[in-house]
Unconditional design. Structure first.
Length: 310
């Protein structure tokens, strides 16, 4: 790690600056100047630049402890979990998360390998906005919002309005992603995540899916969210699937999903052919992942999911 404000010459002879921000206000002031690239874990930034000089002026955020950790906020309808943008995937994997957030822990364990999980951050995953970003479908299914900050103030966006496409977000040049906000559900809520790749770790997804379901006192579905990643330019929700599951008894979730044959149920998916798989294979894989997820939730033993934050 180079020292604060060390100057490095790029190949064009210009000065590529480095600064480690001391606090959040200092970071926002630097971004307001323009010309700075925020750096969190660096696990996407550096591999994308192997073999060529760094030309960006880097604003290192690693000292901003106020952007780390998980805490409860609000009460009643506003109750939520606030996850700091610099919280690592290892932090999330080790946290005693509520059963409603189990999908987030599952995704955390699938991000790269352990070394990557120790450095990579939830905020960096969202801001990189890869179509195969492991965190995006999970957080979409959990109805997450993002909190953005700048010297101009604070704004909160639904995640679906933040990730706009392949490597595109709604983040303004002078803004930082400060936190991810996830609504708290009832103690009956459950979620699951599955990822398909050509090996277990350090692999880009062929397809991935997340399901989040809440149940009423009668054990019927009161809320359902379904999201698929790596099958479109950005992860997407499947509203027709979600609507079909409302009111379903827990034990029939997998059966009802199997009965969904209408093409429009999966119309938001727009997979491509590439070296990891064909569009047809991706679509079929996504459907199979969802079938397994609904089956897992239907068969889940409540005692197995006990523990964690309320």
């Amino acid at each position: 790690m180079v020292s604060s404000q060390q100057q490095a010459q790029d190949s064009d002879g210009g000065a590529a600056r480095y600064e480690r921000a001391a606090d959040l206000d200092a970071a926002l002031r630097r971004l307001a100047e323009g010309g700075w690239t925020p750096l969190a874990g660096g696990t996407d930034f550096y591999p994308a630049r192997v073999g060529r000089p760094l030309r960006e002026s880097l604003l290192d955020l690693s000292a901003l402890d106020t952007l780390r950790g998980i805490r409860a906020t609000g009460e009643g309808a506003t109750a939520a979990w606030r996850i700091g943008a610099l919280t690592t995937w290892s932090d999330l994997a080790r946290a005693p998360l509520a059963p409603a957030l189990r999908a987030l822990r599952q995704a955390a364990l699938d991000v790269g390998g352990v070394q990557v999980q120790n450095r990579a951050t939830i905020g960096g995953n969202l801001c990189n906005a890869s179509p195969a970003a492991d965190g995006v479908p999970v957080l979409l299914a959990l109805d997450a919002q993002v909190e953005l900050g700048s010297v101009r103030g604070r704004r909160v966006l639904p995640l679906a309005d933040f990730v706009l496409g392949n490597r595109r977000t709604a983040l303004a040049p002078d803004e930082l992603l400060a936190a991810v906000i996830v609504p708290r559900r009832s103690p009956r809520a459950r979620s699951r995540f599955l990822k398909l790749g050509h090996r277990r770790y350090l692999v880009i997804s062929v397809a991935m899916a997340a399901v989040a379901v809440d149940f009423g006192d009668d054990d019927r579905v009161s809320q359902c969210a379904v999201a698929v990643g790596a099958c479109s330019a950005a992860a997407v929700r499947l509203p027709a699937v979600e609507a079909a599951m409302l009111g379903a008894p827990r034990e029939r979730l997998a059966d009802l999903f199997d009965a969904l044959r209408a093409p429009e149920a999966f119309a938001p998916l727009a997979p491509i052919d590439d070296i990891r798989g064909t569009a047809i294979y991706r679509r079929e894989a996504a459907v199979e992942l969802l079938r397994r997820l609904f089956g897992e939730i239907a068969a889940a033993d409540v005692a197995d999911d006990a523990g964690g934050f309320a």
